[in-house]
Design a protein around this ligand. Structure first.
Ligand SMILES: [Mg+2]
Length: 433
């Protein structure tokens, strides 16, 4: 059984843990430099404020106290994500982070009931230990687990945990009610094309002829149909399709604790990720670096750190990403551990064209689009890695505007939550001035 744990409105939920007064209120988190809304609470969504709304348009609502807008606090979100992964690792044999707030767990040798029981227990434990609300989808395949998670979020009677075994009446009824566009990896355009052939629901796709799907669409879609039948055939990489984040990771040929070796591997991954980012014409707002020791070597010390670095402005510049990766690695690397795997994840992607067209954003001074395009062209022609970046210098002092950032409660001694006896004390102390 595969489980997908996904935090509800992750950034907003992280903020609410330490500012409970925000519970039940419309809350938005803004991008770096307080540019636009990148995360919304359910209450803010209900006000029909779309993702990406420029912050200045909401200034009136904010000033009247009708909504709360916070600067992004990536250090806090990154640390909460790390804690979530750690909690799951303590409880499950295998954990694979999919994004900052989505993690797959792989459960073996448990009955359906036991899986569901574990799911409910995990959900409670995450709420109690971390304060994070999550939903959990359980199913025999990645695609069904994603769908189960979606259902757990939509319908309150699941109480946050939904299990689809892939072959009973419940699965059938649910798949019949699910538009095909809601299936993982089936985007808007693909859904429109499928509709022409009479494939409207997830059930229709499941019942489609596999060979026809492969012939008229793609191998990936044929595999998705199989996954809906409960036959596991998609790997994590294939699930990358609708790129919400870009991940490059690989195991080392030989485990190593040497900083320079780990750094070298990460530099390669960072450069590859940046290429993928430019290929799909996106910009990243944040970079996550992670390291894994070999969990099968019980005789060795175990350590699965991850670090999230916010970029000063959304970027697809390899040098900016390399800088962030080095900062992240310096924070988490410990030479006494033998690392087995290292990876780079690019997060909170935005469409490059849309971003550059909005007058709100001045192009960053250090952006050299032609330099990156030229390097990509040469590497395409002459082979990957023909031109690559050497060791980068110390990072520039990043001057961020983040007037409404909450405290970094879990990672800074001087920003711990303060508790007082008089009623307004918590509120007064937890907001930065
Ligand atoms: Mg989420």
């Amino acid at each position: 059984m595969i489980g997908l744990i996904d935090a509800n409105n992750f950034y907003v939920s992280c903020e609410r843990i330490f500012q409970p007064a925000l519970e039940g209120r419309p809350v938005g988190v803004m991008s770096n430099n307080d540019g636009c809304v990148i995360a919304r609470s359910a209450e803010l969504k209900a006000l029909d404020i779309p993702m990406g709304t420029p912050a200045f348009k909401l200034e009136g609502l904010r000033r009247r106290g009708e909504i709360h807008l916070l600067s992004s606090n990536y250090e806090l979100y990154g640390d909460m994500s790390r804690r979530l992964t750690q909690l799951l690792r303590d409880a499950c044999p295998e954990v694979a982070p999919y994004s900052i707030d989505e993690m797959f767990v792989y459960l073996e040798g448990l009955t359906t009931e036991q899986c569901e029981g574990l799911g409910r227990e995990l959900r409670q434990r995450i709420r109690r230990h971390l304060g994070l609300p999550v939903c959990i989808g359980l199913a025999p395949t990645h695609t069904l687990a994603k769908l189960a998670n979606h259902l757990a979020k939509q319908a309150s009677h699941y109480q946050g945990v939904c299990l689809l075994n892939g072959h009973d009446h419940t699965t059938e009824a649910l798949l019949k009610r699910t538009p095909v566009g809601s299936v993982w990896g089936v985007g808007h355009r693909l859904a429109e094309r499928l509709a022409i052939g009479g494939v409207n629901t997830a059930w229709d796709l499941r019942e489609s002829n596999e060979k026809q799907l492969r012939k008229h669409f793609s191998v990936v879609l044929a595999r998705t149909a199989l996954e809906l039948r409960g036959v596991p055939c998609l790997t994590m990489n294939a699930l990358d399709k609708p790129r919400e984040r870009i991940m490059t990771s690989r195991s080392f040929g030989q485990p190593t604790g040497v900083f320079a070796e780990v750094h070298n591997a990460l530099r390669r991954h960072a450069q590859r990720s940046a290429e993928k980012l430019r290929e799909q014409r996106s910009l990243a707002r944040a970079v996550m670096v992670f390291l894994n020791t070999n969990r099968h070597r019980r005789d060795q010390l175990q350590y699965f750190p991850q670090e999230l670095i916010a970029l000063p402005s959304p970027s697809d510049d390899t040098r900016v990403i390399l800088d962030a990766v080095r900062q992240g690695l310096e924070r988490i690397h410990r030479p006494r551990y033998q690392f087995m795997k290292a990876g780079v994840m690019l997060l909170d992607l935005v469409d490059a064209e849309q971003y550059q067209m909005s007058l709100l954003h001045q192009p960053a001074r250090d952006r050299h689009p032609f330099l990156m395009a030229t390097i990509d062209q040469i590497n395409q022609r002459m082979g990957q890695g023909t031109i690559s970046f050497g060791m980068t210098n110390a990072p520039a002092a990043w001057q961020l505007r983040c007037a409404h950032r909450s405290n970094r409660f879990t990672t800074r001694w001087d920003e711990l939550m303060k508790v007082g006896t008089h009623p307004g004390a918590i509120d007064a102390c937890s907001s930065r001035t």
